[in-house]
Write a protein that binds this ligand. Structure first.
Ligand SMILES: [Zn+2]
Length: 140
């Protein structure tokens, strides 16, 4: 997917979503490309996992926040209402007590964005995803 092809805000978001999702799943993968679900014990290849948001993607101020999103199995992400409570508990364990509350507050704050900024986000996560993949020896 070309980074220069985004003509409007919604296609910019789509590009950023795709790279952010890859970044999250590669970050959470081991050197064999396997990820453990943030909210259950399922372990699957990163390409078979979702990038599950703690606070919904509809909140732009946390949509691309790295601590708000983790590799999650499709069952938990899609059929278990995202297992939000468990996700929040795990976030506090990983990043410190109060992080889930911080993200919840941040998600509700007003945030005006634009296409240029979203494309910068896409580029940044593309670089990070490629760097992590190379470092772990994972083919993307
Ligand atoms: Zn799961």
């Amino acid at each position: 997917m070309g980074l220069n092809k985004s003509k409007n805000l919604s296609s910019a978001k789509k590009t950023a979503d795709e790279w952010f999702s890859k970044y999250v799943r590669l970050r959470d993968a081991d050197v064999n490309g396997m990820c453990k679900c943030i909210t259950c014990d399922t372990v699957k290849h990163w390409k078979e996992m979702d990038a599950g948001h703690f606070q919904s993607r509809r909140y732009m101020s946390t949509r691309y926040h790295a601590q708000n999103c983790h590799a999650q199995c499709q069952k938990c992400n899609q059929y278990g209402a995202g297992e939000q409570y468990k996700h929040g508990k795990e976030i506090d364990l990983r990043y410190g007590e109060g992080t889930a509350e911080f993200l919840t507050t941040l998600s509700r704050s007003l945030y005006k964005t634009n296409k240029t900024e979203i494309m910068e986000t896409a580029k940044e996560y593309k670089l990070q995803a490629e760097y992590i993949a190379e470092k772990k020896g994972i083919k993307i």
